[in-house]
Design a protein around this ligand. Structure first.
Ligand code: NAD
Ligand code: GLY
Length: 360
């Protein structure tokens, strides 16, 4: 059975198809929406060796002309050099405005292939086929595309919506447990910022999720995609509530960039960042210590880190000053109100706030 969630954006509305064993229908689904017939499937050797043949065969069966291009696997390759290599392949193979891109992989591939689609010839059509839990619950939906800058995560990018997101939960069977946990960090985020009942459900289903129980995983993916679609519908370009999706990310991105991209998984860094955000929320009277303790326990039982790696406060602050939520030199933090709601607060006494949060 295929579940369909729509991301409603007027004439750029697109479907998220969610199911098991639906990769084989990719060609049919793209043909049905009139996707360009000449396509580049951007992936990496890990994912293409698992799913590349199935994707190619499905596409060719529906009449698509397919060029496969693998970039190296890893967050450390989410940069301009790799992006340039994608442009080189597109130009070298005569791709034009009537061609399309298919991102097959996790968030790194989706963000980079999406940015290539957003910028090549000022924008060509693309589809997201996310194969990690993190990409299925977050990065493939909503049109944020980017590459990293050596001084900060995702600093160069564009909002550019895909034409289709096809989520085959069966691909999670081959995912390493550390990547399952990293994806679950973003799932927990949705509970904290938006849905207390979903947070309770997560607390009750830790074992099912870690065991990759298909019903539990599909439920979590659907819930996450629905929450994200609802938010993107009202605030596509992060003028307001979309910022809540960055809960835990200001500090998490600093962890990733100070440690060297690839050292910590994005979801692991977000888990650490969520604890820091929850402690700050508690100190500001927005939630109780019991909420911080529940969040810490849930993340720990999911196998996620909850302690920040040791860097000087000055280093953390310097990176956070380059956060995309800085306006006129002032940073806004996403904080949790209890569990299930969030608020964006502009803060000026960063040093004091983070020093207290990191020492508690
Ligand atoms: P990733 O893309 O590096 O994937 C993790 C690992 O899993 C990689 O080694 C990959 O090759 C492997 N893999 C992928 N699918 C697999 C499968 N089915 N079986 C086995 N191995 C598989 O990391 P990620 O956690 O998916 O994504 C993290 C990235 O997403 C970060 O760069 C982050 O900034 C970005 N992100 C973007 C958004 C957004 O809205 N655009 C949101 C959240 C995160
Ligand atoms: N992952 C944050 C966003 O899509 O806005």
């Amino acid at each position: 059975m295929v579940e369909i969630i729509k991301v409603p954006l007027a004439d750029r509305t697109y479907p998220i198809l969610i199911g098991t064993d639906i990769l084989r229908s990719l060609g049919e689904e793209l043909a049905a929406i009139g996707f360009p017939h000449k396509v580049a499937v951007i992936s990496n050797p890990t994912v293409s060796s698992l799913y590349g043949a199935q994707v190619k065969s499905s596409l060719e069966h529906s009449g698509f002309s397919v060029l496969e291009y693998d970039v190296p696997d890893g967050e450390e390759y989410k940069n301009f050099q790799t992006l340039q290599s994608i442009y080189d392949v597109l130009v070298g193979n005569g791709f034009d405005r009537g061609s399309g891109i298919i991102a097959l992989g996790g968030g790194v591939i989706g963000d980079m292939a999406g940015f290539a689609a957003a910028t090549f010839l000022r924008g060509i059509r693309y589809a997201q086929i996310p194969t990690t839990l993190l990409a299925q619950v977050d990065s493939s939906v909503g049109g944020k595309t980017a590459v990293n800058h050596p001084l900060g995560k995702n600093l160069i990018g564009a909002f550019f919506q895909p034409d289709l997101v096809l989520i085959d939960a069966g691909t999670l069977n081959t995912l390493d447990p550390r990547d399952v946990a990293a994806g679950l960090a973003e799932v927990v985020k949705y509970g904290v910022i938006r849905d207390a009942d979903f947070f309770n459900w997560l607390e009750d289903h830790v074992a099912d999720l870690l065991d990759k129980n298909p019903n539990a995983l599909i439920y979590a993916v659907k819930k996450a995609c629905q929450i994200k679609a609802d938010i993107v519908e009202v605030d596509e370009k992060e003028g307001s509530v979309r910022a809540f999706l960055n809960y835990g990310h200001t500090f998490g991105h600093a962890v990733e960039s100070l440690s060297g991209y690839g050292q910590w998984k994005h979801g692991e860094a977000v888990a650490i960042g969520m604890i820091v955000a929850a402690r700050i929320s508690c100190r500001m009277g927005l939630c109780h210590q019991n909420d911080v303790d529940r969040l810490t326990r849930l993340l720990q039982t999911l196998g996620l880190p909850v302690s920040a790696p040791v860097f000087s406060l000055e280093d953390y602050l310097a990176v956070m000053q380059r956060d995309k939520k800085v306006r006129n030199g002032k940073l806004s933090l996403v904080l949790n109100c209890g569990l299930g709601d969030a608020v964006l607060k502009q803060v000026s006494d960063l040093k004091e706030i983070f020093s207290a949060a990191l020492s508690s």
